[in-house]
Design a protein around this ligand. Sequence first.
Ligand code: SF4
Ligand code: SF4
Length: 308
Amino acid sequence: MSFDPITACKQAGFAEAFLLPNVSYEDWTRHRNDGAFHKNADFVRDDPRVAYPWANACLIAIWPYQPFDDDSVIAPYYLASNTSYHIMQSLIREWNAEGIPCERAETPYRTQLLQAGIGCRMDNQLWYYPPYGTYTVLWGVMLAIEEPVFTESHANKMICNHCGACTRICYGALQNGEYDWKKCIRAYLENEPLPDRFLPELNCFSGCQRCQDVCPMNPKERAPVPDAVRAALDPVEILKGNIRPALDLIGNNRKKQLIRQAIVLAANRHRKDALPYLYTIGAQQGELYKTELQYAFHLLQNSESMIE
Ligand code: SF4
Ligand code: SF4
């Protein structure tokens, strides 16, 4: 039987997958050159034909997720991203073992899909695909396969009604359908310090999906936060050093990010029981977490009582 990567993706748990031809994405490159994207975009290959000359197709698979009914724990995108990343990596290993040349694509997935007429771009600059709305994670794989059957291109149907709800709820990154990544809290949730202006705004790990949650076009169903997720993401537990369960959920490379956010969240939640652990972190890694510790000490040492 011939290789069918789309069915393989669906069998592995992805909701949909699309096989696209390799073309260049010049508009995307122009935007990048104009500074429109976060520095992570520097690693993206804008012309798959040049970056992956051995490949003749790009598979893009979507993994939807449901928002949680309690948005003070974590933006569920990150859990879905970690889970689906590992599933996609194991598919790639499996296909390589079967002799199919493939590797994870570092390409502009959303642009590729939009250019192929799949889904649409919303005013909050996210990619929308029914019935999941903007609650999806995308992964791409470059492939060399015999006689690829490409997904049929169709015209984008605009779903956004330009109601402005996402702009009104945002901290300032969205203005009239324009997105400024430098003002979006999600751009600062890697391992670097969070800018001062966002410290009081952080209410969950890895967080902000406010522009998605208010969008009237998005599905309204919410999932309960699993007990294990809630326990793993207790900020004081993380500050105590019980960090492994949280890393298992969101990825091993996010340790500094987790500690930074745990310090800020403990402060924002008035968790005075975090103070002994903050002193220890301050003594051992004070310089690394300077911004967050200063913020937390200021808030917790000056707050009256309150342990949640
Ligand atoms: S909230 Fe309104 S303006 Fe924003 S993306 Fe959704 S429909 Fe469009
Ligand atoms: S994720 Fe938050 S900060 Fe970023 S655009 Fe959406 S509402 Fe604004």
